[in-house]
Design a protein around this ligand. Sequence first.
Ligand code: HEC
Length: 295
Amino acid sequence: MRTRHPERPVAPRPTAFGPAGFGLAVSSRLERPGGGSLRTAAAFVAALILMTGCRQDMHDQAKYEPLETNPIFANDMASRPLVANTVPRGFLREDTAFFTGLGEGKEPLDAFPMKALRQRWVHGETMTDTEMNRALLLKGKKRFDTFCSPCHDTVGTGNGTIVQRGFKKPPSLHEDRLREALPGYFVNVITEGFGQMSSYAPQIVPEDRWAVAAYIRALQLSQNARLAELPPEVERNFRQALAAGSSSETSGDHGEASGHGGHASKSPDEESRSSELPASESANLAATDIEVGES
Ligand code: HEC
């Protein structure tokens, strides 16, 4: 049997709900024929009240929540700043170029940081260059289709569903200016946002931002490749398709540039590219803008 602590009062103490023995007092009043079930109910209710009391004790522990005040400190903030020169776990961002896309002088990086990417990629260190590039592009496509295509659309012309419903239309990623932009520039836009576009840093981890930049490069190539740059097999198919197309239709891609010459504000090839083929098809076919003369 448990022995009671000598200093602890043995008799029940008064509670907030009334005199000690409240449960007993209630039950004696209910002592009538059929009062048994009522008594159980009353005990049950009393137990419930007591249980919620316990729960509140757990809730109201002496602790500070984020942004709470505490007058003990000069700035009245309960949360204390980091001690100088400490870094929270996972926040050591020594390689600023990798995390921001910008070099020492804030200029966008020209090359993909493949070494850092491999270190952060699952199996990255044992992959061949081809495997690594492929993994990067596939991851980039996944992220781009999820987070960017709602506005930029899956090809990057800037006509995603959110734009169709009224959001500001982003520039086409196939504009000359963005074709010439360096990979680090895209990483930086994703990290910091740009104008009306918010930062996607919370959604996309740094290594995936580089993957998205790589995929944007692939998209850009898909809309602006030269026949000579295609693999021989693909090039042959294309030439056949072009030959078949030009025998039934007289107008080719080159009619566009001169035909739309009057549009000064928008580059004519940008317009023809977004309107000529359904987006997905033009991405797959890899060109609406082939230089047939070259070989
Ligand atoms: C909610 C819509 C929206 C989403 C989602 C979005 N963007 Fe944008 N983006 C914009 C808009 C709008 C602009 C133009 C901003 C401005 O000029 O104010 C823009 C501009 C850009 C630019 C051009 C910057 C320049 O120099 O003109 C790039 C590059 C870009 N976005 C990349 C991305 C990438 C990569 C993603 C996905 C990670 C993404 N955007 C997701 C709306 C979006």
